[in-house]
Design a protein around this ligand. Structure first.
Ligand SMILES: [Zn+2]
Length: 399
């Protein structure tokens, strides 16, 4: 067993060294055939209230982790992309012409923007995303990471900057958000716009086995912490949206030519401490309900070889259950090792006499429909009665 390499940092917004640990948890991360232990501590800055993971994983750990465990830039449905675009169009002048997206994956958002007449560009680290964008939408993306090196060569080679730079569900993965936004400014026209979407840490969903404050995100933003960032950097806030059905904050900033203020506006230390404490309490009650639900279960096949199952194992929810096999829809995972199981194709559900435990929050209903359609005789165990899904909005479970 290996330990995840970490290092202590100062507050990523105000630079303060003063913080309080509010949530500690040990994660067991399977990487290849090894297990890594990551004892995470979520802290709150005493001087501005920023909630973040501290110590942070080192750069080496992060790249190892993203290569093996997690697909950094998620795929969102056309629905959420459409509402992002509507929000943007509503809040920028008609003269706006070019949009650049950081981490667009397959380019769904950019394709919608292109149809509205914008010229679109983007940089995407995954080859799969770049290929799909080309094939599906005929959009050419740069295959690269958005970092100092990329921006340096952009500034050297390109004459024109973009009217709008956007990134959705990226900033919560970034270790130095101020530096990242400074890079964004370098490719955005003065007077142009920066459009951000992040999960809202003011409303963490406690009723999901996958922990909101998990190892996937290393920064946890609220509207006020984003406002602090804007103020520190001297960016103007043009519009904020918090959609009712999904737990995110959207913010449009103007890349004004003002000097950076360097100071923060809010200190939400007490407020955010209460949010995290309430979350921990609610989560522990929720996990008790799940334990009760699983109390009678003896042997199962698990559907889902990802973070959700890792966390189920980590929380001890599967301790008294005999796991017959683990299956996953993703072809690329088949035959890989996962917690000492070899991941199988769902095809083994044919002639299966054990119930299937659906181990996913966002995709629970999708997986359930797939099983009902293809393996109608297989008994299903669903963990959630209600799912608030970023991809599809709120869904009630029918079982
Ligand atoms: Zn701070």
């Amino acid at each position: 067993m290996e330990k995840i390499e970490t290092k202590l940092i100062n507050c990523p917004i105000c630079g303060s060294k003063d913080f309080e640990v509010v949530y500690e948890k040990l994660f067991k991360v399977p990487i290849g055939n090894e297990f890594y232990f990551w004892n995470t501590e979520q802290v709150i800055c005493k001087d501005c209230g920023m909630v973040y993971t501290n110590p942070q994983p080192t750069k080496t750990t992060l790249s190892l982790y993203y290569k093996n465990v997690y697909n950094l830039f998620g795929r969102a449905s056309t629905g959420s992309r459409r509402s992002q675009l509507e929000f943007l169009i509503m809040n920028i002048p008609e003269s706006i012409n070019t949009i650049f997206e950081i981490g667009p994956f397959d380019g769904t958002f950019l394709n919608l923007a292109k149809k509205e007449g914008f010229k679109v560009f983007g940089v995407e680290p995954s080859v799969e995303g770049v290929n799909r964008a080309k094939k599906q939408y005929n959009i050419n993306l740069d295959n690269d990471f958005f970092d100092d090196k990329y921006v340096e060569s952009f500034v050297e080679e390109k004459q024109e900057k973009f009217d709008v730079t956007c990134f959705f569900h990226v900033l919560e993965h970034i270790q130095n958000p101020l530096n990242f936004l400074e890079l964004v400014r370098k490719i955005t026209k003065t007077g142009g716009y920066i459009f951000i979407e992040v999960p809202d840490a003011k409303k963490p969903n406690a009723e999901n086995i996958a922990d909101f404050f998990s190892i996937e995100h290393i920064m946890h933003y609220t509207e006020n912490s984003l406002e602090n960032i804007a103020y520190v950097l001297g960016l103007d806030i043009i519009a904020v949206e918090k959609p009712q059905d999904i737990n995110v904050i959207r913010m449009i900033l103007k890349n004004s030519s003002k000097e950076a203020n360097g100071e923060i506006l809010f200190n939400d230390f007490e407020k955010n401490k209460k949010i995290v404490k309430d979350y921990i309490q609610k989560r522990s009650k929720f996990l008790e309900i799940i334990k009760e639900k699983l109390a009678e279960v003896k042997t199962v096949i698990i559907y889902g070889a990802g973070m959700h199952t890792s966390q189920m194992i980590g929380e001890g929810l599967l301790e008294n259950i005999n796991i017959e096999a683990i299956v996953d829809s993703d072809v690329r995972k088949w035959r890989n090792n996962f917690f000492n199981y070899t991941i199988s194709s769902p095809e083994i559900l044919k002639n299966c006499k054990f119930p299937v435990l659906i181990s996913s929050y966002d995709s629970q209903e999708e997986i359930s429909n797939f099983i009902s359609k293809n393996y109608p005789n297989v008994k299903q165990i669903k963990l959630y009665d209600k799912v608030i899904s970023y991809n599809k909005g709120t869904k009630e479970s029918v079982c």
